[in-house]
Write a protein that binds this ligand. Sequence first.
Ligand code: GLC
Ligand code: CA
Length: 573
Amino acid sequence: MSDTGVMEEKAWWKEAVVYQLYPRSFSDSNGDGIGDLRGIMGKLDYLQWLGVNVVWLNPVYRSPNDDGGYDISDYRAIHPDFGTMEDFDLLLKEMHRRGIRLVMDLVVNHTSDEHPWFVESSKSADSPWADYYIWRKPGAAGEAPNDWLSFFEGPAWEYHPGRGEYYLHLFSRKQPDLNWENPRVREEVHGVMQFWLEKGIDGFRMDVINLISKAPGLPDSLPGSRSRIRGGEHFINGPGVVEYLREMGEKVLQGKDIMTVGETPDVDPETGLRYVGKPGGPLDLLFQFEHMDIDYGADGYWDIGAWSPSDLFAILSKWQRAMEGRGWNSLYLNNHDQPRQVSRLGNDGKYWRESAKLLAIFNHTLKGTPFIYQGEELGMKNVPLSDPGQIRDIGAANFYRRATAEGMDQGEVLRRLQYRSRDNARTPMQWDGTKHGGFTAGTPWIGMHPEYRDINVAVQQDDPGSILSCYRKLVALRSSHPLFVYGTFREVHGSSGGPIVYTRDGEPGSLLVILNWSNQEQPLEGRLTWLDALTAQYGNAELLISSYGDTVDRFARLNLLRPWEGAVYYLEA
Ligand code: GLC
Ligand code: CA
């Protein structure tokens, strides 16, 4: 039962822990420096050992790879870098044999400009594919149809001389946006989904799915808009999104036991509930961004702003309360688009181990489905950046070019890139201390993190005090204690500073989570009367896990929390 008196409906994807796997950087089986499907196959024992139940696989489709495979030229083919369709079928079978489900990335806001639909569409306005994309005639002076910007720098419009018109691309020029107003486009997308569902996959992670509907008339941006990007108020959470997703539900997803996760920038809980609120919301889960936007500076994404753990907690606490009994949260602190969490939100120096564990404890004890991004479970860090030649990501490369052209100091450009660049998340998985961390026998497509000899699976796997062991324990706790999944979240303390404390209440008993998200010791007793209240309420407290690897129950003497001390107690009712 939740606070609202609604019995939480059970679902496997609520009970699951998802492992996000970025195939290009996971494991290379043939020495070409690029991770591949056979490489993943060789590591399934590892995933099974870790205990995760679902893998979300970043795109493995045919792609010119302008944006890490998010520019797809054939939705029904495996990129030769990754292997063959036979490899895929085998991988799926092997995963299922181990009780691991597979969620595929569905990237249908846009295609590659090398997709046959776009190639045909760009030939002429009379082509049967003419309206698959968003084309507009140039203005009287040849100008673009409106002032919208692309997420990867520069205008969102590109002139195509062949067709004599502009096409819209919210991401790179090689990622033209599909025209979802065209029913044939929607049918094509449904067909792609059917194709993969017939293979037996277990769900979709839907890339920027709340961008698929653009405002009628494609108006110029509104002055004073708080959107993350110029024009965003006209193409993020646009008028048709929910309707298109409902249609997808009716035509494709209905009656299937799968999981759907929408990636949705610029949603607050109210908007989010339109997508996942029950009854009626077309998706199961969404990736909201409010807590990931916390350190944007005044100039946005490429600027670095100040943030505090209490601000971050306040955002997630708000989401927890808003979704209770109505929807389900997905829990993540990093992914392939975000900096490494221990570097960004923890302390990757002196308290590397403790802070990585504290963040893990946090992400696995909120209510929702936790996602682990590959390497996170080892405490992998952001990458030192001294040479622009290291840059691989298109967004980072474009920022480098613009900032340098605008005269920004080189050191400042690199500082911002090192903090924010998506390349941080994409360096290869660190398996062992051998050359290239056991990722490849060849030369990795992107440089290894320099610390791979110290931070890797082999070093951590058998060490009970390691970050990896902490993750494994959290995954196991979730499957043995239903409170981790279904307990109602209650904030006790932390949204306005000081230690973060919350409980997860239900039957039987409660979990109590205490986090000192800081480099300093912090007192609990004296200034915090809630602890007395809690201790009076509960007789017995059992320590389930701690970022310091404590085995002795410190509950009775928690008056001074150590830096980055995080602990979970089971409180008997
Ligand atoms: C999503 C993906 C990101 C990609 C973008 C465009 O945000 O996670 O990696 O660049 O969409 O497809
Ligand atoms: Ca390979």
